[in-house]
Design a protein around this ligand. Sequence first.
Ligand SMILES: Nc1ncnc2c1ncn2[C@@H]1O[C@H](COP(=O)(O)OP(=O)(O)O)[C@@H](O)[C@H]1O
Ligand SMILES: [Mg+2]
Length: 228
Amino acid sequence: MRTPLLELRGVSKELPSGGRTLRILDAIDLSIAAGEFAAILGPSGSGKSTLLGLMAGLDRPTRGEVLLEGEAIHRMTEDELALLRRRKVGFVFQSYQLLSNLTARENVLLPLELTGQAGAGARATELLAAVGLGERGHHYPSQLSGGEQQRVALARAFGTRPPLLLADEPTGNLDSATGASILDALVRLRSESGTTLVLVTHDPAVAALADRRVHLRDGRIERDETAS
Ligand SMILES: Nc1ncnc2c1ncn2[C@@H]1O[C@H](COP(=O)(O)OP(=O)(O)O)[C@@H](O)[C@H]1O
Ligand SMILES: [Mg+2]
């Protein structure tokens, strides 16, 4: 069997809370294969964002192991994690998280330049065009609508061709028509690039596009449906 792209083994996340321990994730075992598109579903507070943060190396488990391309990211130093995120993980957040003092194009360029990619300028141009913002590269985030900002965030996330793309309710702040167009762009970019995608969503129509639906409840995997 091939090594999974991402593997979580016995992952728990606990936080101290008023003298007690709050268990946010409880003994999660989950393997994501290279190229897979997995949707994470579950009620608010079930641990979806915490799970994505652990997959991205933005957070550490209390117990258990997180392996990305076979590397034990739960044991990495902060510097190693920062490098890993830059090279291997694209992240799309509900709140876009663009740098407000950079233009759309500069936001897309930054990770390309930080990773020393040849042809960064041409790649940024290509990506902005791919998300329908070829003419808007010189605009600052405050001059763009929410949907446009999220398109920039998509272009940024795919720029370095990361093996893993994580998206946490990327349409949560958008009206349904705009959200649908963002998801179209996300699904198209991912199928063109072959990137592994883990997407948190509340939308059953979006989840239906995924190869797999992982349902969380109270920090546990309640159901894991793989399309066969
Ligand atoms: N830093 C934190 N401090 C205290 N509680 C937290 C923290 N992060 C998450 N939680 C709690 O953990 C639970 C899961 O949170 P989260 O992963 O954000 O869920 P979801 O994304 O599914 O809504 C929630 O009850 C939330 O309040
Ligand atoms: Mg969340």
